[in-house]
Design a protein around this ligand. Structure first.
Ligand code: 13P
Length: 251
């Protein structure tokens, strides 16, 4: 059975003070959350504080992006090794905001996946269609293209060492959640795509849903057979909301 995973993506939010308060709330509330794996992906600059506060708790942490390079003259970049230096477990790869605002291509995302795994990080690979793509009926083609780029570059076994997150772009930060049926349909498609390469990887790989997941809709989404947890934006910024989503993931 796949262990559910709930990961918070704080994006570019918070201050040193608010991060400390949020982590304090998560630490005191997490005791009641048991079977699901829980993580927060912090802005780089708050990762040291996150490590200090979460060390020794059941909550893991990670970054929101990573360089393809190991080290060198890459101003502004953060390497996978630097993330592991601060005991990061996860790193988000290919978030739609990075694809859209930083021009990240499928090929670059695949290279980032490789760099993350090489350092021992667990990549959370984001895929998902825009509203325009959904309306044009090309959701599956888009998701297949994004997924296949990584499978072809890294090999299916390496992909199986990561996590996939289906995040329909039109549902991110909009309050418009995919219905459980809509999400399940794409999750099943993703699992089928993995199965076409390896049934074992398809069976073992967690596929998270992301896009306006919150305490109200989390249980229903996570009850779907191919939804193994969530990648949570807005609702991960409030300890009570995030913990409620984590509880909804318990099996
Ligand atoms: P929201 O939960 O704010 O819609 O964000 C989802 C997301 O992009 C997580 O990576």
């Amino acid at each position: 059975m796949r262990q559910p995973l709930v990961a918070g993506n704080w994006k570019m939010n918070g201050s040193r003070a608010s991060v400390s308060e949020l982590l304090g709330g998560l630490k005191s509330g997490i005791g009641a959350v048991n079977t699901a794996e829980v993580a927060v992906c912090a802005p780089f600059i708050y990762i040291p504080d996150t490590q200090m506060q979460l060390d020794g708790t059941a909550i893991k942490w990670g970054g929101q992006d990573v360089s393809t390079h190991e080290s060198g003259a890459y101003t502004g970049e953060i390497s996978a090794q630097m993330l592991t230096d601060f005991a990061c477990h996860f790193v988000i790869i290919g978030h739609s905001e990075r694809r859209a605002y930083h021009g990240e291509s499928d090929a670059l995302v695949a290279e980032k996946f490789t760099a993350a795994r090489a350092a021992g990080l667990v990549p959370i690979l984001c895929v998902g269609e825009t509203l325009d793509e959904r309306e044009r009926g090309v959701t599956e083609q888009v998701v297949a293209r994004q997924l296949d780029a990584v499978i072809e570059h890294c090999g299916i076994d390496l992909v199986g060492e990561g996590v996939v997150a289906y995040e329909p772009v039109w549902a991110i930060g909009t309050g418009k959640t995919a219905s459980p049926e809509q999400a399940q349909e794409v999750h099943a498609f993703i699992r089928g795509r993995l199965a076409a390469n390896s049934q074992a990887v398809a069976d073992a790989t967690r596929v998270l849903y992301g896009g306006s997941m919150n305490p109200k809709n989390a249980a229903e989404l996570m009850a779907q057979p191919d939804i193994d947890g969530g990648l949570i934006g807005g609702a991960s910024l409030k300890a009570d909301d995030f913990l409620a989503v984590c509880k909804a993931a318990n099996r």
